[in-house]
Design a protein. Structure first.
Length: 344
């Protein structure tokens, strides 16, 4: 039996869940999993067959390093985390070594998703609508956007045009609220405070002022292959700790159209939230989501099938349908980290 070597380079902490799931699949005995990170105590190093430390490199220097690792360690699939856009740009160079780079999209598409202003400006709303928005870079533009979108009373929020994990997202309020502050609500910001902050600079990086979608929030985790939807799981956020793995046909339709439109492959995620009872697309994330382990409670082993499809060792029709109707909560666990690892 031919052994396949699968390398997870530095990524988010969720890599640990991907590695665990991949190794746990009953037909994964031929897969050798490698994991690397710049931090020897990273939890993503736990559970791999081989773990090693990466140097702290970026851009083309990092690509060259990854090429050398793939050559010397005979990597069949690189599951890209860190610098995935640069690695996507270099896929042909990796193929010359016999390594497939598992990414959700090509580099240009990932850069397009990363620039939320450009993405929303170009987005085809016939697939699914998006909240009304304005891009602003000055206080005057911010004031004009607030007025054009109906004022704070209409329900407004803002976020940077570039960013991940909801960094910089705030919900605008008419007044400061001491109870909210003391209660730990870090998302609310009064219009007065926002104007003071935006007015502290003549010009700032692009910010999107948007209608706030107050309804049901859903996160859709997608397994795709070369522009075709394979499977997806919709996680409905209940606000009570558990998430509902929902049978949501509209999410399935949106996933199919997004996958085709952008030629997506592997594992990616998109976020929906209802406004006036209808879903609005918030963003597309061309990477596994932080909640993918919740989606895998459906029985769909995303990393296993993504790797097999990338290697050409499985057909999309073989991927089992996920279960729905489950309420799923996450458990945390303590594991030893910082064990002796091989240095590169």
């Amino acid at each position: 039996m031919q052994r396949r070597r699968i390398w997870f380079n530095k990524g988010f902490s969720g890599n640990h869940n991907l590695i665990q799931a991949l190794r746990a699949h009953p037909q994964a005995s031929d897969l050798e999993v490698l994991s690397s990170h710049t931090d020897p105590t990273a939890v993503s190093l736990v559970g791999a067959h081989e773990s090693f430390i990466e140097p702290k490199l970026l851009a083309e220097d990092y690509v060259d390093y990854c090429l050398e690792v793939c050559r010397t360690r005979r990597i069949d699939v690189l599951v890209a985390g860190k610098q995935m856009t640069h690695l996507a740009d270099a896929r042909e160079r990796f193929l010359e070594l016999g390594t497939r780079v598992l990414v959700a999209a090509d580099g240009d598409t990932m850069r397009h998703f990363d620039d939320k202003e450009a993405f929303l400006n170009a987005f085809d709303r016939s697939i699914v609508d998006v909240p009304d928005y304005r891009a602003v870079r000055t206080l005057a533009e911010f004031d004009a956007a607030v007025e054009a979108l109906g004022g704070v009373q209409a329900g407004l929020c803002f976020k940077p045009a570039r960013g991940i994990f909801g960094s910089g997202f705030r919900i605008l309020t008419a007044d400061d609220d001491l109870d909210a502050l003391l209660g730990g609500d870090t998302l609310q910001l009064s219009l007065r405070a926002a104007r003071a902050l935006f007015g502290s600079r003549a010009r700032f990086r692009s910010v999107l002022v948007m209608r706030y979608a107050e309804g049901v929030e859903r996160s859709v985790d997608v397994l795709a292959h070369r522009g075709e939807l394979v499977r997806c799981v919709t996680r409905r956020k209940t606000g009570q700790g558990a998430q509902l793995l929902e049978d949501y046909p509209r999410g399935l339709e949106i996933a199919r159209e997004l996958t085709r439109r952008y030629g997506l492959s592997g594992i990616y995620n998109f976020q929906l939230k209802d406004l006036a009872g209808e879903p609005r697309l918030l963003e597309i994330n061309p990477r596994p989501s932080g909640g993918l382990n919740v989606a895998m409670a459906s029985g769909l082993n995303y990393p296993y099938w993504a790797v097999r499809l990338e290697l050409g060792e499985a057909d999309p029709s073989e991927v089992p349908a996920p279960r729905s109707g489950l309420r799923v909560a996450q458990l945390s666990a303590a594991v030893p980290v910082g064990l002796p690892v091989e240095a590169v």
